[in-house]
Design a protein around this ligand. Structure first.
Ligand code: FAD
Length: 274
């Protein structure tokens, strides 16, 4: 068991996607991750699909960690989901606020992730290990870095055991965030979220939306490759491997890979890290 790595999937929309994810898991299981996590669509849109993948992972003998977002949910619906998780043997949850899907006006009974963490603890005691999200480059809706850090500390105080960060490519942002969190008395592990780079255009669009910074030097270099996918892949692998090395050397307690349901890049980065 390699306690330094965890790997994230999203629930596929088609039977072919589910089949492909099985093959991806066979490959990634060789890395002996501590757990596989499965994302949860905004407003509960993937509830059944997330749960189906979680059940499959658990039946293969791995630790499966469903993500659970609370925005737009009632206490009763979250209570039901927690009971379902418990019945399936789930012991770890990634607890999030989530984002209200466009067109969904009803905000539900939870406003922020700290309220979900509190609710999980109140309902289920210490049954679940709770992971929360952290933002080294700050959440896009945060009023200020200090507010965001305070919000993070509230989630920890509410009972989170560990945190996974949004992805980033600037190691200093992570180290600064960890220092600031420690100064506030936060002592849980803060595991960097790592996004391997498969292509650049999509990543740039996605990063804008979630507030992850793509440094200019890196953007310029990727843009210079045009549609030369071999060069993009080679540079992306070097860049992300170096980032991981720096993070681990600087004291990061592990790495959480956003696999995008693909095994090749995550496997290659881990192989290079040894
Ligand atoms: P929170 O911690 O509640 O913070 C949200 C915002 O509110 C922040 O700007 C914070 O500063 C602010 N805030 C918090 N408390 C207060 C307060 N009391 N008053 C004022 N402002 C406050 N999304 C999904 O839909 N499904 C997933 O599976 C998923 N998985 C993720 C996994 C990871 C590791 C990460 C980093 C993100 C994931 N997301 C997922 C995205 C996440 O749902 C969004 O970033 C969402 O906008 C914030 O969720 P949160 O849990 O960080 O919210």
């Amino acid at each position: 068991m390699n306690s330094n790595i965890s790997i994230e999937f999203f629930p596929p929309q088609t039977p072919e996607g589910v089949e492909k994810l099985r093959a991806t898991r066979v490959e990634l299981a060789k890395l002996k991750p501590e757990f596989f996590s499965v994302t949860y669509g905004a407003g509960g849109s993937t509830r059944e699909r997330t749960f189906a993948i979680v059940r499959e992972i658990a039946s293969e003998g791995f630790d499966a960690a469903p993500h659970l977002s609370c925005i737009g949910s009632t206490r009763e619906s979250i209570r039901e989901i927690l009971a379902e998780f418990k019945a399936t043997g789930v012991r770890r949850i990634v607890a999030l606020r989530g984002d209200l899907p466009s067109g969904m006006a009803e905000a539900g009974e939870f406003r922020y992730a700290n309220e979900l963490v509190e609710f999980i603890r109140a309902e289920t005691g210490n049954h679940f290990s709770i992971e929360v999200a952290a933002y080294p480059e700050w959440h896009p809706q945060a009023r200020s870095p200090k507010d965001d850090l305070d919000a993070f500390a509230r989630k920890v105080k509410a009972g989170a055991n560990s945190a996974i960060t949004q992805y980033f490519y600037n190691a200093d942002a992570y180290f600064h965030f960890v220092d600031e969190a420690r100064a506030l008395g936060v002592d849980i592990p803060i595991v960097p979220g790592i996004m391997p780079i498969a292509g650049f255009t999509k990543l740039a669009r996605f990063s804008d939306a979630c507030g992850a910074d793509l440094p200019r030097w890196m953007r310029k270099k990727f843009e210079s490759f045009g549609d030369d996918s071999d060069s993009i892949r080679a540079f992306g692998l070097d860049l992300v491997t170096e980032l991981c090395e720096r993070l681990l050397k600087g004291g990061a307690p592990g790495l959480h890979f956003y696999s995008m349901n693909q095994s090749a890049l995550t496997s290659e980065i881990c192989r290079r890290l040894g």
